[in-house]
Structures are given as C-alpha cells and as structure tokens.
Design a protein around this ligand. Sequence first.
Ligand code: PMP
Length: 423
Amino acid sequence: MSKSDDLFQRAEKVIPGGVNSPVRAFKAVGGKPIFIESGSGCRIRDVDGREYIEYIGSWGPLIAGHRSPVVMKALAEVLEGVGTSFGAPTGPEVDLAELICDIVPSVEKVRLVNSGTEATMSAIRLARGFTGRDKIVKFDGCYHGHGDSLLVRAGSGVATLGLPDSPGVPACLAELTLVLPFNDSAAIRDLFDRVGGDIACVIIEPIGGNMGCVPPAPGFLELVRDLTAAAGTVLIFDEVMTGFRVSLGGAQELFDIRPDLTTMGKIIGGGVPVGAYGGKSNIMDCVAPVGPVYQAGTLSGNPLAVAAGLAALTSLRRESPYERLEDLAARLERGIHESVAEKGATVQVNRVGSMLTLFFNDSAVTDFETAKASDTVRFSEFFQSMLSEGVYWPPSQFEAAFVSTAHSEADIDATIGAISRCL
Ligand code: PMP
C-alpha cells in the first residue's frame, strides 16, 4: 500500500472524509487523495516521493510558489524574535493595513480576519447593519466561503459534490439570499426595478473563479455598480481569489470599478491564514469598537500572518510580475488550443491573467448553467492522466488553475506536452 493510501485510511477514521476541506478528497475525479510532503517553487512532492508541477498554489495564495524566499524569511524572523500572537495591537498590522489601503483602489479602511469565509461573513453583516436591510444578492455559481447566508447555490466544493444547498442552513436565512444568474443583465435590472430598495448588498466575484474561471461580460460589472449605487445598496466585490492576482489592485483595478466593500484573503496571507474586509470609511466605521456592528477575532492580525502577508504584498508591489504572469498563462492557453486543434477535441479555455479553466464543453462558458454542461467524466479522465504525467491540475472541473511566478517557460511547455497527451 502506498504511504498516501495508508495515511488516507487512518485519516478517514478521525477526520470526516479524511480531509479538512471537501475538494481535497478527489470525490469529483475519483481515486484517492495524494498526501503532500513538501513544496518548492511550482513543484510539490508527495509522501511516496513522486514530484508534480502543480497549478493549485494552495487554491490561490501562492502566487510566488511554494516556500517563496521572501515569505520564508519574514516568517523565520517572527518565529525567532517576535512570537506568534499577543491579542494586542502590533506595528506590522498598521503597515499591512496601510499597504492594503494603498494598493486596493476602493479601500480606505480595512479589518484583518483569519479566512476568506470570515471576511465575507463580516462584510455581509456590516452591509446589513449599515443599510438596515436584510436581503442580500449573490450570483449562481459564485462561492464566498461557507457562511450560512452565502451557502446558497454556491460553486466550488458545493458544485463539485452536487449539493444543492447545505442542510444546517436555516431556510429563513437562506430565503433572504436572492440568487441571480452571473452575467445576466436583464435579471439584475428586473430585480432592482422591483425590490432594489430592500437589498442590503450585492456580493459578487468580479471574475467568477469557483464555477471555473468565468470572466464578466463587457458592461456587466458596470451595470451592477450603477444599479447598486442608485438603490443605496452596498456593492461587495469578493476579491479573495482575484485580489493581487489579476492585477496588483485586483479586479477592481483591472476593470476600473469601485465597489463599496472588498473582501480579501489568499494572497494577502502569503500562504498563512489571513482574510480582510475593507472599503469606504463611512461604512467601515460602523464596525465595533467605533460602531455597533460586532466583529472580533482572537488571532486576527497575528504577527505570523501579518509578516507573511506584508512580505508577499511588498514583493508583488516591488516586482510587479503581472506582465510575466500574463505571458506565462497566455503561453499555456495557446499551447492548450494547439493541442486541442491537433487532437480534434472540444474544450473551452477561459482565462483572465494567471487564472485559467479548461472546460470539456462544446459551447462558451459564461455562467454556472453553461459551466455545468461540461463533461465532468471526461474531465476526471483528463485529471487522472495528468497526474500520471506528473502534473497536478485542480481536482475539479469547477475550479480555476493558477499560474505562479515560480513556473518557468520550460514548466509551462512540459505541461502543454502533458496536456496534449491527455486530451
Ligand atoms: N471567496 C472566494 C471568492 C473564494 O474563492 C474563497 C475560497 N476559495 C472564499 C471566499 C473563502 O475563503 P476561505 O476558504 O479562506 O474561507
């Protein structure tokens, strides 16, 4: 028995499904999960000694690859000379908040939390508290973490497992979440015509990432901005995935649209657990202790997470690797198209910068309905053959692959070679 299989057998006895987050269980692609021993750059090594070029990057945070030297150095300094947590304010938290406010165009004040889920839950509560309204709007296939109000027609692992909603979410709460199709201008216009004044917030992934990568249609985000502004509704861009990824200032910088609140995570922690929500001062000042909307956290802003985040963001700002990421990811996309043409396969490639999904689908993927029409059986076969080629692709049709600055042209070309053999 392989070491991975042995670990999985032990894990299943003491951890639900043997994993600490559902997609890791490989349920969508069959087979058993591979246990990872270590990572370096764009490569990971499993406990049985096999090495893979990988495109998950811990699901987004590792834009500079595994064990990025700047992040490792910052973490080592904190471990050696600072300590892991005080539950009291520290200087680097102020540095990180200043840096985020400087980088993310719409953020004037920011609060650090510990995960993307916490960020979106807190932002929703804040929007409700600020507006005095209860209803919220989300889009079909957008995932915003596993908070009760947001676990309604979410993508990501929920899509992978085919769960319509989750038991345990009270119906009376789910009823307050109105769900619209992504990229459907008529649907949101109609909703706002009817009940715009009752809606506390619209939360959206400005680039869909959790139904696979789905870019916004031209004009769609602008329309969402206009409708929410006119109705006094708080617009929340969930940039947990897109923030610092599609551009330093995130999707709001790329598309030049300013939401009222932004949720962040992944890259701002440099691979250590961090989340954040921020936005206009007048809204953020409703949060305790200035305002009445309560939100707190024992480990929020702890020195380890803050140091990793500061190191990651500082180096992204200094090195501005976005053109390089675009070139690498475009090279991968081109290679896929060439392989597809050669093999006569039908796939769609959706890509924004270094986020990319290869859908086994005959038609364009523009929303969750069209994403779900993909051939998931074909995807599973593709995923498994890629693994045997030594490439670790995200284990679900409904996830984005991430290119990092640690990938080289040679890594991308090796991946294209594998893809052409696996299509
Ligand atoms: N929002 C988005 C857009 C995400 O992609 C994710 C995680 N994939 C979350 C929120 C939740 O973040 P976390 O897993 O850190 O709770």
